[in-house]
Structures are given as C-alpha cells and as structure tokens.
Design a protein around this ligand. Structure first.
Ligand code: SAM
Ligand code: SF4
Length: 489
C-alpha cells in the first residue's frame, strides 16, 4: 500500500482513480463459433481507447472478446511505460500468464502498446512466453501477426507511422457504461519533455480527420451515449489540414484547429457533453477558453498538467513555459470561465536536481491555482529519455516520497475546500450508473468533472439531473436530486 501511495495519484474522483490505476479487461461478447480474445489494458485513457480499436480489428479476423483469461485463445496486454512501476505490473502479470499458457499450450500471448514499442524484439528475448509484440501504430497488422504466431513464428511489428490515426475504424466499446466514451482525436507527441517516454513510444504527433471525429460522436449519441471525451497527448496542438492543401482554400475547406473541433463536436447535439484531455499550458489559447464558454455542453473542466511550479525545473524538464506563463493561463481560465471552472493538474515530485525551495514552489503554485484535483507522482527515470541522458536521478527515493506526501497533503486540503464551496449549490449531473459503494445510490459527474453521489430513487442511467449538494469530502460531492417544480394552473 505504501508503495502505491508513494508512486502515484492521490486526490481523484472515483472515475479518475479508475482511469489512472485500474487495469481494464475486456467484456464477454456472444461467441457463436468465434475465437476468444482477452484484452487487458494498463495506463492512460489513450490505451483504453486503443484497446477498443484492437477489439474492432480482431473482430474482423473472427475473434470475440471475453472477460475470462483462463478460457482465451488469444491474450493481449496493452501496456504502459510511463513509469517503472507501470512496467513492473506487466512483468508480474506475464508470470501469471505463463502459468495459464502451460495449462493451455495453444494460447497465444501478445504485448501491445508503449512497452512493446520501447523494448521491441528485446521483449521476446526477455519474456519467452510472448508470441506477438505490436507497437501503437501497427494494430491493423494484428490479424497477420496472430496468424504468423499460430504457426510458431513470433510476430513483431513496431513500425511507427506519421499518418496512422485509425480514423476509419469503429471502436468496439469495452468496459463501457453506455453513457460516456473516449474518442481519440490525435496520436503521438511532438514535445520532448525531458522526463517523458511518450514521444519514443507513440511517435510523431498527427491529427485525425475532424469529420470522422464528428461522425463517431454522432453515432455515439445515436446509440444513447451522452458524453464524449476527446483524447490526445496535447489536444491544444490539434491541427488538421485538408489533404493536398498546404493553406486555406482550394478545396473549399479550411484547416481545423482545436477550438474549431470543439465547436464542431459541441454542435452534434446540445445534450451531448464534450470533455477533453490533455491540455498543454504552452498551447492552450483564449480561443479555446471562449469556445468552452460559448457552449453549455462543453464541460467547464481543464486538465492542465504543471509538472513543477519552479521555472528552472520547468526549463530542465523542457516544458517550454515558466511559472509565470502557467499562472497567466490559470488567470485566463478564471477570467474567461470563472472561479467555478474545474482545473486539475499533474505534478512530479523529486525531478533531477530539484531543491527544497523549488519543491515549495510547486506547492505554492498549487495554492495559487486552487486545483480541484491532481495526479501526483514521484519522478521515475525512463531509459532513453533526455533527462536520463543528461541528468543524474539524484534525489533520494525517501526524499521524493516525502515531497510527494507533502504535495498530496496540500492537494487534499485544497480539494476539500474547493468541494466545500459547492455546498448548497445545484449541480447538473449526468448519471453514469450505480455508485461504487452502494447499489442504492447513483453516481455521475458535474460539469466541472466532480464525482457526485445521490440516492438512486427512480432516476435512470444516462439522464441529466439537478443535484442539491448537501455534503462532501475531498474526492466526492454528496446530495439529492431536485425534482422539477410542478407547473401551476
Ligand atoms: N501529455 C500529457 C502532458 O503533457 O501532461 C500527459 C502525459 S503522461 C501520460 C501523464 C503524466 O505522467 C504526465 O503529465 C507526468 O506528470 C507523468 N509522468 C510522465 N513521465 C513521468 C516520469 N518519468 N516520472 C514520473 N511521472 C511521469
Ligand atoms: Fe510526454 Fe510532454 Fe508529450 Fe505530455 S507533452 S506526452 S509529458 S512529452
């Protein structure tokens, strides 16, 4: 337990905890003669979204998903490399899968995603039971690789593409609450934050055709979904230019930036909530903030990772903004969207050479920004990154852990204060399903992405309700649904 506390999160809504910590497994589809595919996904929302693309590709090849790993013909682990403990989780899981394979020798095991891309064929040398290694841009090739592995040859494709966006593939929704869905709008990352492995595992940034994004949102709305979260490593640098056109015009289509895309998706239907993640402080524009303000169905919540509150540390992290720049963006959010806009962050404790004073700058930035919640981590050196090459990982583990605990404590207090401000207010909540703790209660999220729990009564999943907030803790708001006033006369 202590290990977990030291290495990850703290003040999160239940849904965010799930997004960050839970390993997601595929669900049972009707089999009718098909082979069984079990997919287990680790890490970020992008990975969960990718697993839905993988399920779709494999359905075409005659596989249906199963939630029972012991009965699967094919097992995929969609992996994460962001911190060392994420990789260790996968290594441990493989030990268990080895045991399953010994009992059912025909079972094939594939490792997908960031770890596959980072380690490539080395993975096959290190983990002998693995049959398939596939990077994030090679999922269309999976049926061929599986077939190859079926003949006893190992299947490897870790080619990183400059074009692949899987725009034409309709994802099969896995672990869905049938109310909210992830929609991937871009892939890869062109930033080179010195601590981060993502540019090496997910390749160059590319944006997906906006019309395919709108179509996916329309289909989801038609199928009863009421919320989409647009996903990218840096959504603010989304930019799509019509094919063959370097500049505006000749085909009558203009380039689409993130503010334009938000507007296009918001217009799908006013009853469809639009969320997005992740924003980058260097790229988030006032135009995006005004677009959020203009549409009621674009949620008032911005996830704006800070990573540090100190300009020197930000510089060696290669984040390309200063503390003052970050504060300017927070001020812009408050000016344009108001005090109530939900703002969350990521923070890294104990990056190379960070002093006590610089650590205190991170905490003072949190006090200034009044974040609603945050994902907080100790620095974990990743092989091949700029930081691993240039700086010593010189902050002792116990100092990192102590700094992280201090950051978490500050966030816990601010989260509670931010929630207490909402006591007595009415929040519009989209019902996602039964609460984690009791079937008698429903839970859903407010506009600002806060988890709200209230008595279930006769309400329905997928419905919007007005909830009077009567109690709270640092992670959750509690309340009761206000029924509409009866019409007089
Ligand atoms: N693209 C997003 C951004 O720019 O913030 C998020 C990318 S990453 C998947 C999510 C978070 O993991 C980062 O914001 C950072 O706080 C954390 N992270 C990334 N590399 C890390 C490392 N080497 N050690 C600890 N935390 C790390
Ligand atoms: Fe990693 Fe930085 Fe890209 Fe985020 S913006 S994915 S932290 S390199």
């Amino acid at each position: 337990m202590e290990h977990r506390i030291a290495n990850s999160l703290k003040i999160l809504t239940e849904a965010d905890k799930e997004a960050c910590e839970t390993v997601r497994v595929s669900e049972n589809e009707p089999l009718s003669g098909k082979k069984r595919l079990f997919i287990e996904s680790y890490g970020c929302q992008m990975n969960f979204s990718d697993s839905e693309i993988v399920a779709s590709v494999m359905r075409e090849a005659g596989f249906a998903t199963t939630s029972d790993v012991n009965n699967a013909d094919l097992i995929f682990l969609n992996t994460c490399s962001i911190r060392d403990n994420a990789e260790q989780k996968v290594r441990n899981r493989l030990k268990h899968l080895n045991y399953i394979k010994k009992n059912r020798p025909g079972t094939l095991i594939g490792v997908l995603g960031c770890m596959a891309e980072r380690l490539k064929t080395k993975f096959l040398e290190e983990e002998k039971m693995v049959d398939i290694v596939t990077g994030p841009d090679a999922y269309r090739d999976l049926p061929r690789l599986v077939e190859e592995a079926g003949t006893g040859q190992k299947g490897v494709n870790v080619f990183l593409s400059r074009e692949e966006t899987y725009a034409d593939i309709s994802p099969i929704r896995l672990n869905s609450n049938s109310v909210s869905a992830f929609v991937s709008i871009m892939r890869g990352c062109d930033n080179m934050c010195s601590f981060c492995v993502v540019p090496f595992t997910r390749g160059r940034e590319r944006s997906r055709d906006p019309y395919s994004i709108v179509k996916e949102a329309e289909t989801l709305f038609h199928d009863g979904y009421r919320e989409v979260t647009l996903l990218g490593q840096n959504v603010d640098s989304y930019k799509w230019t019509p094919e063959g056109e370097a500049v505006n015009g000749a085909l009558g289509e203009t380039p689409v930036n993130f503010a334009n895309l938000l507007e296009m998706v918001a217009k799908v239907n006013p009853e469809l909530r639009v969320r997005f993640s992740t924003s980058h402080p260097k790229d988030i524009t006032d135009e995006v903030l005004y677009t959020i303000k203009k549409y009621d169905n674009i949620c008032n919540h911005i996830h704006l990772p800070a990573q540090s509150g100190n300009t020197r540390v930000l510089e060696i992290m290669n984040r390309t903004y200063s503390r003052e720049w970050y504060i300017d963006r927070i001020d812009a959010i408050r000016r344009i969207l108001g005090e109530d806009c939900g703002v969350s962050h990521d923070m890294i404790a104990g990056f190379c050479t960070e002093t006590e004073e610089e650590h205190r700058d991170s905490m003072s930035l949190m006090e200034y920004a009044r974040f609603d919640f945050g994902y907080m981590f100790t620095y974990s050196e990743r092989p091949g990154t700029l930081a691993a090459k240039k700086f010593a990982d010189d902050i002792p583990e116990e100092v990192k852990k102590r700094r992280l605990a201090e950051i978490i404590e500050v966030q816990r207090r601010i989260s509670l204060e931010r929630n207490q401000r909402l006591l007595g207010t009415v929040q519009k909540v989209l019902i996602e399903g039964p609460s984690k703790k009791s079937d008698e209660d429903f839970s859903g999220r407010s506009d600002q992405n806060k988890m709200v729990v209230f008595p279930r009564e006769n309400h329905k999943k997928g419905q919007y309700v007005d909830v009077l907030i009567t109690d709270c803790n640092a992670a959750t708001l509690l309340g009761r649904v206000l029924l509409p006033e009866p019409l007089l006369g």
